[in-house]
Design a protein around this ligand. Structure first.
Ligand SMILES: CC(C)(COP(=O)(O)OP(=O)(O)OC[C@H]1O[C@@H](n2cnc3c(N)ncnc32)[C@H](O)[C@@H]1OP(=O)(O)O)[C@@H](O)C(=O)NCCC(=O)NCCS
Length: 157
């Protein structure tokens, strides 16, 4: 049976090698720019893969001074998925924002996204956020952070 290992890191513990691996995972598995993406800029070429460099991951997903976390899951020693999150206070509540969630194509639909989000839960959190048009990401977040997608707090949003 395959060995699954979840590991959680604070931003300061994430090495450049880990980010290089995370960048590769993202570039090969996140998604493809749609036909109207060109309005975003020349980098968004319809039909080509959405990409993120390790430097951009560091600068935008683990910015200095922010309380950010990185979670990865390996299957038999190979990176199969990961998630980034940042926390801050808003109106006296601790918000945990999932800024990225990716699972390798070959390892989807076996609960890894839910497992990654589960690792990010902390007792002091009041609010969890994830913006995604991917139904599986929304399903995973609703299951891990709440009871049902029907109970999302729209007033807070
Ligand atoms: C979204 C993504 C992370 C889901 O990863 P995953 O490991 O396959 O998700 P899980 O196996 O944990 O499934 C989560 C839920 O979605 C459901 N689901 C997953 N894939 C599904 C599919 N293709 N069709 C129907 N339901 C699906 C699962 O059944 C599960 O629901 P359940 O707990 O009620 O059974 C993965 O598809 C991915 O990397 N997509 C590209 C990147 C992306 O869009 N990320 C989200 C934006 S940040």
């Amino acid at each position: 049976m395959a060995k699954q290992l979840y590991e959680k890191f604070d931003a300061g513990q994430v090495t450049d090698d880990m980010l290089a691996e995370a960048s590769l995972l993202f570039n090969e598995n996140y998604g493809i720019w749609g036909k109207d993406a060109a309005i975003l800029g020349p980098f968004a070429k319809p039909g080509s893969r959405v990409r993120l460099s390790k430097d951009r991951l560091r600068g935008q997903y683990l910015p200095d001074g922010a309380a950010c976390s990185y979670v990865q899951v390996t299957v038999d020693g190979h990176l199969a998925g990961n998630a980034f999150a940042c926390r801050w206070l808003f109106s006296g509540k601790t918000v945990c924002w999932i800024t990225q969630l990716v699972v390798k194509y070959d390892f989807r639909e076996r609960g890894l996204a839910s497992g990654l989000l589960n690792q990010l839960r902390e007792d002091d959190d009041d609010i969890y956020s994830l913006i995604s048009s991917h139904p599986a990401a929304c399903m995973a977040a609703a299951k891990v952070f709440g009871n049902s997608i029907n109970l999302v707090n729209l007033d807070f949003i």
